[in-house]
Design a binder for this molecule. Structure first.
Ligand code: FMN
Length: 194
């Protein structure tokens, strides 16, 4: 399968980068073709302009957005990997969605887009947070993230969710044994889902 991985974390060494590398290595080892879009390394422009929003409807798509859309066109699976920042995506990734998952491309009101322009593709989310899982579930934060991303972005654009793997706590409250367990969960996920 063709897999596009969209990664958002500026830190050269961090948990989500390790997980992203592990995911890409495991998927490649199993014979899949992986294209990594490291948004900070690409210096991706995340600010949707009036030209972006109006232009998309007229077929005047910015060249950098066109590159991303053409990669998505060829993808069977799209994986977003990122830390949770303020119960949300890092802004650079939110901006990628604003610009690339555009009206008329990823969703729209015409007959062929009414169930989403990315139909036939499957989506994966891999996220991490500093807070423990129990806090995320009890406070409703996990459900808020799920509604915004799994439902409000991926499924809204017609993709079927293959899975959302969330890790917490990551950071001061996580031990090496916990991190090892998280890494094993990624290997198992790739083995079972891809
Ligand atoms: C700007 C910023 C906002 C954050 N917001 C949250 C948050 O809302 N909830 C939470 O549990 N952790 C939050 N964190 C902690 C990160 O989610 C955590 O450090 C990260 O998942 C660890 O992965 P990493 O090593 O790949 O960065 C935030 C961290 C930063 C830098």
């Amino acid at each position: 399968m063709n897999i596009v991985v969209v990664f958002a974390n500026p830190k050269p060494q961090c948990f989500t980068r390790d997980v992203c590398n592990l995911f890409c290595e495991e998927a490649t080892r199993r014979g899949h073709t992986v294209v990594l879009r490291d948004l900070y390394a690409m210096n991706f422009n995340p600010v949707a302009s009036a030209e972006d929003i109006v232009g998309n409807l007229k077929g005047a798509v910015a060249p950098d957005v066109r590159v991303e859309q053409e990669l998505l066109d060829r993808a069977d699976v799209v994986a977003f990997i990122h830390p949770i920042w303020w119960v949300d995506r890092p802004a650079i990734l939110k901006g990628y969605v604003d610009r690339v998952f555009a009206l008329g491309y990823a969703y729209g009101y015409s007959a062929n887009k009414e169930r989403g322009g990315l139909q036939g593709k499957r989506a994966i989310l891999i996220t991490s947070a500093g807070s423990p899982d129990s806090h995320f579930h009890e406070s409703g934060k996990m459900e808020a993230i799920r509604i915004a991303q799994d439902v409000g972005t991926m499924e809204f654009c017609g993709m079927e969710m293959l899975g959302h793997v969330h890790f917490g706590p990551v950071g001061r409250r996580s031990s090496q044994a916990m991190i090892d367990g998280y890494h094993q969960k990624i290997r198992d996920f790739v083995r079972d889902k891809l």
